[in-house]
Design a protein around this ligand. Structure first.
Ligand SMILES: Nc1nc2c(ncn2[C@@H]2O[C@H](COP(=O)(O)OP(=O)(O)OP(=O)(O)O)[C@@H](O)[C@H]2O)c(=O)[nH]1
Ligand SMILES: [Mg+2]
Length: 314
């Protein structure tokens, strides 16, 4: 909505990524108010939104799903973002809606962020097919951990243009390292969508994720984790053993929301592995995780050993 913010992007290094005919802007944002985004801008811009959605949808040979990325703490991402979800449901009821939502941290700079998040969450529960919540505090913790590892010399020298150090002019005291945080989310999304972008015998589409992991329509919030973390910093690390990576995927330090898998019960799980990996190593690790680790699994997992494994070789 905020013209200035959009213009900034259009003058930045990412400008060529966007089709400028697809932008919709107003003069100002939603003032950190969910209702302004959802009710005011939503009603005002509905027709324009539908027209632009139809235009891109028509260009697709095979429309697999809609991928919505938004924040929960402000007014536009939470309000208008969830309004767009409603529009998608009305206009394209058959097409799956996959949402990545950035949740505010406890000390968020937006004072209304808890209200905006709660109001938006109801919409996500009702109108999304699958939601990947990402918590800003988890991203901050991961970035701090990577910095700590890099500074302690455990990872070797950090390249000057590495992802974690890509903030312009370095980070100021107390400032959130959004660039580095966003890189973590970007990596998650790149991994998730790699099968739509690369050829591969074992590739799957995003709809299969919900088919395998969402047992009931409203139970569609998935926790995600990422490993290894240090390659995010573009640092040369000795190749980590696959076994360690499997354990890390279930470690609380690698989760993108602040949840400790050890204190929860897994209903289902999908592991997406990219790179040169032997199926036999994957099987061995899955059995090890289900039978020997402290993670708790729903009985049907143990009975069937049916965790969907996907292997993308690029
Ligand atoms: N991870 C991450 N979080 C962000 C980023 N920018 C803002 N946030 C978080 O998003 C929330 C604020 O939402 P914004 O996206 O800035 O607000 P908006 O959707 O533009 O809404 P209005 O400004 O009210 O129109 C706060 O919780 C911020 O911490 C970002 O680049 N990365
Ligand atoms: Mg804004």
């Amino acid at each position: 909505m905020e013209e200035g913010v959009v213009n900034e992007i259009l003058q930045g290094p990412l400008r060529d990524l966007f089709d400028s005919t697809q932008f919709i802007t107003d003069v100002s944002g939603s003032g950190n108010n969910w209702a302004v985004g959802h009710k005011l801008y939503g009603c005002q811009y509905r027709e324009q939104i539908v027209e632009k959605l139809r235009r891109v949808a028509e260009q697709c040979d095979c429309l697999q799903c809609f991928f919505v990325i938004h924040s929960m703490g402000g007014g536009t991402g939470s309000g208008l973002g969830t309004f767009v979800l409603n529009v998608l449901e009305d206009e394209f009821p058959e097409v799956y809606r996959f949402v990545t939502s950035v949740y505010p941290s406890a000390e968020d700079d937006v004072i209304t962020s808890p209200y905006n998040s709660v109001l938006a969450m109801r919409e996500l529960t009702e109108h999304a097919d699958c939601v990947l919540p990402i918590e800003n505090q988890s991203l901050v913790d991961i970035v701090n951990k990577i910095h700590h590892m890099a500074n302690s010399g455990k990872l070797g020298a950090v390249k000057p243009n590495s992802l974690v150090t890509s903030n312009k002019g370095g980070m100021k005291e107390g400032e959130k390292p959004f660039d580095a945080m966003n890189n973590i989310v970007a990596n998650l999304l790149l991994n998730l969508t790699s099968s739509a972008r690369f050829e591969g015998a074992l590739n799957m589409d995003l709809n299969e994720i919900s088919m395998n992991l969402v047992p009931f329509p409203h139970l569609h919030y998935l926790t995600s984790s990422l490993t290894p973390l240090y390659t995010l910093a573009d640092v040369n690390v000795p190749t980590r053993r696959l076994d360690q990576m499997f354990s890390d995927a279930f470690n609380k330090d690698h989760q993108l929301i602040r949840a400790d898998p050890k204190h929860s019960l897994y209903l289902a799980c999908a592991l997406m592995v990219r790179g040169n990996v032997h199926i036999s190593d994957l099987r061995r690790n899955i059995e090890r995780l289900i039978y020997t680790t402290t993670s708790k699994w729903m009985a049907w997992n143990k009975a069937l050993l049916q965790m969907p494994i996907r292997l993308c070789l690029h």
